[in-house]
Structure formats: C-alpha cells, structure tokens
Ligand binder design. Structure first.
Ligand code: LMR
Length: 328
C-alpha cells in the first residue's frame, strides 16, 4: 500500500516545477525529450529534481527541462561537453558518435524482457560500459529503464512482410536502420520531437517505440494500430560530463551520486507498470493494439535476427554470448 501511495504521489508531481535556485547553489540543468508524467523517464527525472532540491538545499539546485524544450537528443551531448547542460538521459541508441558498445542494446530480440536488460547492465560488462566514453568527456551515471519496443504503421502489421516498402522513423542508430531494412522498410533517422508531425503528414509511414512514448506523444492517433512485437528495448543512459562531475566538492558529489542511485533503483522497479498503464491508456483512448500468434512472432524473429551478424564485431561476441546466457 505504501509503495502504491508513493508512486501515485510521484506521478502527480507538477510538470513544470522549476526550482528557483538560491545564490551559491550548484545549478544542474537536466534536459530530456519526453513527457513528464505517465513516463518512466519523466517520472524519474521529476523525482530526482524533487529529492536533490529538498535534500541538497543550499548546495545544489536541479532544474528539469523536459519535452525537448532545451535540446534535442542529437544536440544535448555536445551542449553537455560545452558546459551548457549537466544532465541528460538519451536513449542508448543515441550515443553512436561516442561509442559503438551500446549497439548491443539495439540488436532486435537480444533481450527477452527488461529484467534481462537489467541483469546485463548490472554485470561487469554492463558496468564497464558506463565508463566507456570517459575519453570523450562523458560519464555514464546509471541506466534508466523505459521498456520493450512495439511496432506501428499506417496499415496493419502482422508479419514482417507487411512492412515491405514502408518508411519508418528510427532513432539515430545504424543498428535500427539495418533492422528496418531487414524487414524491407525504408528507415529514416529523425528527432523524437518531429515524429508525430512526420507520421501525421505521411513523411514516414511507421515507427517503433515503447508504450509510454507511443501514448505520451499520441503516435497512436496517427497510426492504424500498434503491434505488440516486444522486438527490442529502449533504455537510457543518465549521463553527465567528466569535467563537471570531477569539479564537484567531494561531499557534494557523494550525496548527489547516492540520490541518483536511489532514484534509479526506485523508478527502474516501476518502469514496466508505467508502460503497461500507457498501453491500457492507448486502448482506452481508442487506439488499436494487435497481438501476435507464436508463428507470427517467430516470423519477426527470423526476419530481424540476421542483423546481429552485421554488428557482432562492434559489440563483441562475448557480450552477445553474455546477454544470451542471461536470457536463457
Ligand atoms: C526516441 O527518440 O524515440 C526515444 O529515444 C525518446 C525517448 O527519450 O524515449
């Protein structure tokens, strides 16, 4: 009961609760691209903001800028390296300019569910990846979950061949480009903030995303339906700059990192329920959700899995093997 009450309280946080920072406080700008409520990242960012501002009052002051109001994901990491923003949580698909290691998370059907993703992230290989961009000035702080991806289009998708010839929006990841090409689709990389308009105007025919993103940005309104493929995962890296983190006084850094770890554990444990609620909200709002038979799902696996071989060298066969043994 207590847990449920907590979740309800967090979910109802005001969406524009920008803290007015006091003089002398270290100001932390956190830029992200999704909704603030009914969304795993939006809720986690709001909880982080609340806890930092309450518990580190006088020392640190966090302001969240959601919904791409400050930066798109393709600009935010450069802005971070320039010191214009201190925190971001882009999806793992959006780090290609900095590291190829995260490509493992984009490989279709690599992880069977978010628990498998979590176990891989907690492993030595997963934890080492947090430090993989230090040379480039970026420090991973934690993995934040969203969830499994679903496929949608302006026509019913039951078999991968239904995607033949359709244009799909993808995040800025070559793995996702290859995945859509494996289904005979034409992928187009595009910022998240542009997807609704592009679907509405027919610039693209379809897209893949989690329930919370499809609901939060109303993609279901401009699609024929959503097919429950669970074919991949969308997770985030809470990231900061090496210089900024190193520059914090040690006690402040410790307190900040402790709160980050606690918020991560609390909200990651709720990501699946947030996505399932979004799935239901889509149905309640009149959106169409299609489920697959065993055979249909197997056809998606057969069509997409050859993509692994194209990227095995980038991600390391040992990482693929580790992920697969977790799945087993
Ligand atoms: C997307 O671009 O589709 C997602 O990465 C957006 C997000 O942050 O969940």
């Amino acid at each position: 009961i207590l847990k449920a009450a907590c979740v309800a309280a967090v979910a109802s946080l005001p969406s524009v609760a920008f803290a007015a920072c006091d003089e002398g406080e270290i100001v932390v700008k956190f830029s992200h691209v999704t909704n603030t409520d009914k969304h795993p990242k939006g809720i986690a960012a709001a909880l982080l903001e609340k806890r930092i501002n309450e518990e580190m009052d006088g020392k640190m002051c966090l302001e969240v800028f959601p919904n791409s109001t400050l930066y798109n994901d393709n600009k935010v990491l450069e802005a971070m390296l320039q010191g214009d923003v201190q925190l971001a949580a882009p999806s793992l698909s959006k780090f290609e300019k900095f590291t190829k290691q995260f490509r493992i998370f984009d490989l279709p059907f690599m992880f069977k569910n978010i628990e498998a993703v979590e176990a891989f992230q907690a492993s030595d290989s997963g934890q080492a990846m947090l430090d993989s961009m230090q040379r480039r000035g970026l420090q991973g702080l934690a993995y934040w979950h969203n969830g499994m991806k679903q496929m949608s289009a302006n026509k019913p998708l039951l078999l991968p061949t239904d995607a033949n010839g359709l244009k799909f929006r993808v995040q800025s990841s070559d793995v996702l480009v290859a995945q859509m090409e494996a289904m005979g689709g034409s992928p187009q990389k595009m910022a998240f903030s542009e997807v609704y308009g592009a679907l509405q105007q027919g610039v693209v025919d379809g897209q893949e995303n989690t329930w919370s993103n499809i609901y939060g940005k109303k993609f279901f309104e401009v699609q024929d339906g959503i097919t429950e493929t669970d074919h991949g995962i969308l997770d985030y890296l809470l990231v900061t700059s090496v210089d900024w983190l190193d520059g914090l006084p040690e006690d402040v850094r410790e307190e900040f990192l402790t709160i980050v770890a606690e918020v991560t554990a609390t909200r990651n444990a709720e990501s699946t329920s947030v996505n399932l609620a979004a799935r239901q909200s889509i149905i309640d709002a009149g959106g169409v959700v299609r489920t697959l038979s065993e055979d249909q799902r197997e056809a998606w696996v057969t069509a997409m899995k050859p993509v692994w071989a194209q990227f095995a060298e980038d991600v390391g066969q040992e990482n693929i093997d580790a992920a697969q043994s977790i799945n087993a």
